[in-house]
Design a protein around this ligand. Structure first.
Ligand SMILES: [Zn+2]
Ligand SMILES: [Zn+2]
Length: 331
């Protein structure tokens, strides 16, 4: 099969992903072989490719927002019939036995595997998945529109859940890429007002089109204090600005897997019982709950399509804020 392979981390400008033939994997016990129809790209892919996360499996096929159909079943992996359309997300598997898994916090598992990071992902014609960790994709979403739901959507949803957003409250979103453009739709569905801070004017425009009551620059002060805010951009200098915009008792949630250092700030910014927390991965329950609400709303994802062999170009565009909504690769 063909796949986009990364042999070792390098800046995306050097086009480190090579579209080449690799052996098609065979599903083992409990696994599925999925024929990929679309795979979203995410900032985490960029962090993996550019070596900003601890080094893991190399060579690796990145990609963790996979929509495809079941082509083969490993032994015992018969829960879904061949041909079922499923999604494969970032959380590839957990040990199921550590203290976090046992406490219902499998997102914090001690021995997890991650799609497109510790095991090969979806920038390929086929990908392996664990039967227990795939999500049936609701009807009504085209393959390319469903792909960004699997990380941008699910992580955005978990970030919203952890943001303690009061009913009809005011939410701030910092950075307006794939995750934020989904989160704003969920926040509106919950009756909230959304304020968007993002450096790129095209992203500010998209935010207004999607109903933001205000959109400004990354560290501009929104016109009203926020009950909750989520930082999706990987820039630590945003944190003090976001705390400044937060009402007393408000929660600031950091949605990314990697962030540049957070500058020192005065205690005043977090005093008043403001809370700051990160989001790490997601549970399968987050995934199932989100896909249900996504179909109910229904969420519309803005996408830009690229051929899979153009993955380097798509990721370059993501790095330069040049994607409107989410970028999706199709084989
Ligand atoms: Zn575990
Ligand atoms: Zn992701």
């Amino acid at each position: 099969m063909k796949a986009c392979v990364l042999d070792s981390p390098a800046p995306i400008e050097t086009a480190p992903l090579i579209w080449r033939d690799i052996p098609r994997p065979s599903p083992q016990a409990g696994q599925l072989l999925v024929q990929v129809r679309a795979c979203g790209i995410c900032r985490t892919d960029l962090h993996v490719i550019e070596g900003e996360l601890p080094r893991s499996k190399m060579p690796i096929v990145p990609g963790h927002q996979v929509v495809g159909v079941i082509a083969e079943q490993g032994s015992g992996a018969t829960r879904y019939p061949i041909g079922t359309r499923v999604g494969i997300a970032w959380l590839h598997a957990t040990d199921g036995t550590c203290e976090y898994c046992r406490a219902g916090k499998e997102n914090l598992c001690e021995h997890p595997s991650f799609t497109g990071y510790t095991v090969d992902g979806g920038f390929a014609e086929y990908a392996l998945a664990e039967q227990d960790f795939v999500y049936p994709i609701p009807d009504g979403f085209a393959d390319e529109h469903a792909a960004p739901l699997l990380c941008a959507g699910i992580i955005g949803f978990r970030s919203l859940r952890l943001a303690n957003l009061p009913k009809n409250g005011r939410l701030g979103l910092y950075g307006f890429g794939a995750a934020a453009h989904v989160a704003i739709q969920v926040a509106h569905y919950w009756g909230c007002e959304v304020y968007v801070c993002t450096r790129d004017e095209r992203h500010q425009k998209l935010a207004r089109e999607l109903g933001a009551v205000w959109a400004g620059g990354t560290i501009d002060a929104p016109p009203k204090l926020l009950d909750s805010a989520i930082v999706f951009a990987p820039a630590g200098e945003i944190v003090p600005a976001a705390l400044k915009a937060l009402n007393k008792g408000g929660t600031l949630t950091l949605g990314g897997i990697h962030m540049s250092p957070i500058p020192q700030f005065d205690y005043d910014l977090i005093y008043g019982e403001r809370v700051m927390r990160s989001v790490a991965n997601n549970t399968r329950e987050d995934g199932r709950d989100f896909l249900k609400i996504a179909a109910e709303i229904p969420i519309h994802t803005e996408i830009e399509r690229f051929a899979m062999q153009d993955a380097n170009r798509a990721l370059n565009a993501l790095k330069n804020d040049a994607i409107r909504g989410a970028a999706v690769l199709a084989p």
